[in-house]
Design a protein around this ligand. Sequence first.
Ligand code: AQP
Length: 333
Amino acid sequence: MFKDKKVVFSGVQPSGSLTIGNYLGAIKNFNAFSEEYHCLYCVVNEHAITVRQNPAELRKRTYETLALYMACGLDPEKNTLFVQSHVPAHAELGWILDCYTMFGELSRMTQFKDKSAKNADNINAGLFTYPTLMAADILLYQTEMVPVGVDQKQHLELARDIAERFNGIYGDTFVVPEGYIPPATAKIMSLAEPTKKMSKSDENENAVVRILDPRDAIIRKFKRAVTDSGNEIRRGEGKDGIENLMSIYGAFSGKTMEEIETEFAGMGYGDFKLAVGETCADALAPVQAEFDRLMKDKAYLETVMKNGADQANYMASRTMSKVRRKIGFVEIK
Ligand code: AQP
């Protein structure tokens, strides 16, 4: 089924209930690659523990994230859907790549700076080396293409640097991956602070629209979205809030920014926000219905996890043999 296809890899952390940022910036775009590429989509639970998680919640969110992948249209027959901790090679390669990554490089990562500020009582080593584990996730499968939101661009560039460094020392070992960053929805912003990224771990529920939020909550959150003191629905200086709502509306309706400006010319912010909320809720309704159906069948979700882990472990073992041989680790049969 996957033979001779180029590889796409991406992942989502089960660190909270997923947002429309995760959906529009990442998952929604995953489908586009399924025919042409061998796609691996991972629930990256090892990344999630860089921030303290409640174990029962983490377990539940792992099932939910997998179910959401499928509810968003990812067919497990056409994609390898799996959980990171079911493939031990991620951690093994992560450690090896730590030894080929410089302290200075990791110190420059803006996500580390942001997350350290947010979790000042738990600035652990895993938070610091998160990007090398992400490089391992990608390089393990000889990935050509990584669809991500723009917040992951810096990590992806580091993964490329690590791959090139390793290849430079040992000869061709890893494919050097390219990023795919969606042009219009690369960064969905918080509804409460539209200069800040929408994040699933945001404590302000009004800042975040979740894929599984009920219709009335979605509409209410959009109604409360922070905008500006003007009254025109257009892009421009100081219009971060409106521009963010336009991007969201455009992504769910398929309309361009110009079409949206024309459609809402002369109308007020209240009408526009209601239209965004309704369009978003309408688009998410089928995803939510499919999610509810899938979550009722844990045994099926576990079969998908198991099959995905088998496929991923097989691919990972091929890269790991090569890596171990190159760096001088003795292998026993
Ligand atoms: N606001 C966003 N706009 C566009 N894309 C986004 N992504 C996340 N937020 C936005 C993309 O979603 C994918 C999965 O992200 P992740 O779970 O691996 O981690 P993250 O980027 O740290 O996402 P969050 O929601 O901000 O999680 P927390 O709060 O746990 O840190 C990635 O492709 C990401 O670019």
